[in-house]
Write a protein that binds this ligand. Structure first.
Ligand SMILES: Cc1cc2nc3c(=O)[nH]c(=O)nc-3n(C[C@H](O)[C@H](O)[C@H](O)COP(=O)(O)OP(=O)(O)OC[C@H]3O[C@@H](n4cnc5c(N)ncnc54)[C@H](O)[C@@H]3O)c2cc1C
Length: 429
């Protein structure tokens, strides 16, 4: 690679026309885009500001990397996403099945777990990253790490060059894959949004998404450590229902976490500025109020001589009972036979309607993804090409399209990265 003199400041190396495609951001979207563009014959450079690639990718799925969701019907699949229709074409090109084939062909076998979550069989996110890295290497991608892009220079309707702390580089086509703003300590600080805006793109305000929920009531915070499976949460604001979802939650020292809390936070985020939000947990959604009450009444009759704290052993975890009894105010030292109907109904109600108030949602530092980003109206869904800037493409979380937990968000990165890489390579002369 030839360095051709200094910049206006005289300190920067200028590397010109060395590359057909220059990808900014070495996360899952950037790696996939770079590998695919290079596989299609383009000379590709990948710029990453960290000293290693895929820092956030290694954190996904608690290190196990939930790479995608098991799904066949893309038309149905995209419905859970923000701007899902925009994703349809890319998902048809790189569907979850295609993705699993892609990784299988690179010696990463995958498996499907509960709720359709797909993981590498090894349970090692590192295997996924290594396979992508190898994909780029075998197709001769030039890696520039510890290379932070600090500006993008425009010439008319095209990007002329990008400027890093050390160099200026130009290429025929550019792919922005700088991610969103969540977990900024991994390198995703939202710089790509600034450049897109500067280049004339509309950027939908970035908001933290898939975040844990802070709850006001102390008794809920005191219940940290409880996990509740297959429950249902309903959220209401000013008496109007704004969301209902089912899944698993964890009680934490600040409130609620776990997949269900993260997923419902997407709806809470849209409404939180409008006023107070109440949550109601149904711990037994498959049973009616009457059925729950009957189970409790039968148990109390059978175990009348026992303390309340020793009843209902098969119905919920001891920790969940501690919470329910704390909220009900019923004296757990009483024998079951001495519980009044009124107290029993209080307990039943808590199983079916445990109410709490949302205090706040966590911010970007704890958000799994960013909602918002470059408007999908200004990106061609078939190619990921900008409709505003002639030689620019987008891939991954920088695009205003996010989904729930469960592999949905990485699926966006793989599919848009693959399509952006392929189309950018095809468009080079
Ligand atoms: C804790 C956690 C767990 C998650 N688990 C899952 C999961 O199991 N399944 C799932 O589907 N999703 C998961 N996600 C979401 C998923 O990780 C993201 O959606 C995905 O990483 C986004 O990929 P990306 O390539 O678009 O951006 P990123 O992964 O954010 O990568 C962007 C890259 O660009 C680089 N960059 C930024 N600015 C510059 C610059 N100026 N110059 C050079 N480089 C720059 C950054 O350093 C970074 O490496 C999880 C997220 C978190 C935080």
């Amino acid at each position: 690679m030839s360095a051709q003199g200094g910049s206006a400041s005289g300190r920067k190396k200028i590397i010109q026309e060395q590359f057909d495609v220059l990808v900014v951001g070495g996360g899952p979207a950037g790696l996939m885009a770079a590998g695919r563009a290079a596989q299609k014959g383009a000379r590709v450079a990948l710029m990453e500001k960290n000293d290693s690639y895929g820092v956030k990718l290694l954190m996904t799925g608690n290190g196990r990397c939930n790479i995608t969701q098991d799904a066949d019907n893309m038309f149905e699949f995209v419905k859970v996403y923000k701007n899902g229709r925009f994703l349809l074409s890319a998902f048809n090109r790189m569907s979850p099945t295609n993705l699993r084939d892609f990784f299988r062909s690179r010696d990463v076998e995958t498996k499907v777990e509960k709720n359709g979550k797909v993981y590498p069989i090894s349970d090692q996110g590192k295997d996924v990253l290594d396979a992508l890295y190898q994909y780029c290497r075998e197709n001769m991608v030039t890696f520039f790490n510890t290379e932070e892009v600090i500006d993008v220079v425009r010439d008319g309707n095209k990007i002329e060059k990008i400027i890093t702390r050390k160099k200026e580089i130009s290429a025929e086509k550019y792919i922005f894959a700088t991610g969103g703003k969540s977990y900024p300590n991994t390198g995703s600080t939202g710089r790509g949004f600034d450049w897109a805006e500067k280049l004339g793109h509309k950027v939908i305000q970035a908001k933290p998404s898939l975040v844990p929920i802070k709850i006001r009531e102390q008794a809920i915070k005191d219940a940290q450590g409880i996990s509740a499976h297959n429950i249902e949460i309903s959220a209401t604001q000013a008496g109007k229902k704004i969301a209902t979802m089912a899944g698993d939650v964890m009680f934490a020292h600040y409130g609620l976490s776990g997949p269900l809390a993260l997923n419902i936070s997407r709806d809470l985020q849209k409404n939180i500025e409008k006023g107070e939000i109440k949550l109601s947990l149904d711990l037994k959604p498959e049973l009616s109020f009457q059925q729950v009450d009957e189970i409790i009444r039968n148990d109390f009759e059978k175990n009348g001589h026992k303390n309340l704290s020793n009843c209902l052993k098969d119905f919920a975890s001891p920790k969940m009972f501690d919470l329910i009894f704390a909220l009900s105010g019923v004296d757990t030292h009483k024998h079951a036979s001495n519980i009044s109907k009124q107290d029993r109904l209080k307990i039943t109600s808590l199983f079916k309607k445990m109410e709490m108030t949302v205090e706040e949602l966590f911010g970007f530092e704890k958000a799994m993804v960013t909602s918002g980003g470059v408007s999908t109206k200004e990106i061609d869904p078939k190619t990921m090409k900008s409709k505003i800037v002639e030689n620019l493409y987008f891939a991954g979380e920088i695009i205003d399209a996010d989904g729930p937990t469960g592999g949905y968000n990485l699926q966006v990165c793989w599919a848009t990265g693959y399509v952006a890489g392929e189309s950018a390579a095809a468009a080079t002369s």
